[in-house]
Design a protein around this ligand. Structure first.
Ligand code: SF4
Ligand code: SF4
Length: 163
């Protein structure tokens, strides 16, 4: 990740107060399977998974193995993120979720759907962050999981070990 992106991430992170989101799952339907992540974010997720106990890994594996089709009624289904727990409607890797997940509710153009987050990020600063973030290669979490062209700490080897 570039120094500039690191700096922008840090600056924006300081403006975000996640207390409002604590325990809330009201925007969980946004956890669709096309959320993008950078390689750094994918490696952070893999590192987190590698630090879990055997029991925690087994729990995570069972969440990943769930049927991720969310039934919205009227024969409409949404494919949810591999890390979305279909039972609790929560994120199973919350502390290491990618940037786009963290920004939900904190952008002027992506506000909290229930109005609990009152302080959105400064728009100029958020735009600069997203411009820089967009310049880095991003893939969906499923695509990273299926990738075999990654460094040894992010690719298929780890998928076989941890997931
Ligand atoms: S952004 Fe709003 S709806 Fe989403 S978790 Fe935070 S408080 Fe809940
Ligand atoms: S990583 Fe977590 S917060 Fe992000 S889309 Fe997946 S389940 Fe939702």
């Amino acid at each position: 990740m570039s120094d500039r992106l690191d700096h922008l991430l840090e600056t924006n992170r300081k403006q975000m107060n996640f207390n409002a989101c604590n325990g809330c799952t009201s925007c969980s339907l946004r956890c669709a399977d096309d959320v993008p992540a950078t390689l750094s974010e994918w490696i952070a997720i893999q590192t987190h998974i590698s630090s879990l106990t055997g029991t925690e890994k087994a729990t995570l594996s069972s969440i990943i193995a769930q049927n991720k089709q969310m039934d919205l009624g009227d024969d409409v289904y949404v494919g949810m993120c591999r890390f979305f727990d279909m039972n609790s409607h929560s994120c199973s890797i919350y502390n290491v979720r990618p940037l786009m997940c963290r920004l939900m509710g904190y952008l002027e153009w992506m506000p909290c759907p229930i109005g609990k987050v009152v302080d959105t990020l400064d728009t100029t600063s958020a735009r600069a962050l997203l411009r820089e973030y967009s310049s880095v290669e991003r893939r969906t979490l499923a695509e990273w999981a299926d990738s075999c062209d990654l460094p040894s700490d992010g690719g298929c080897q780890e998928r076989a070990v941890y997931l």
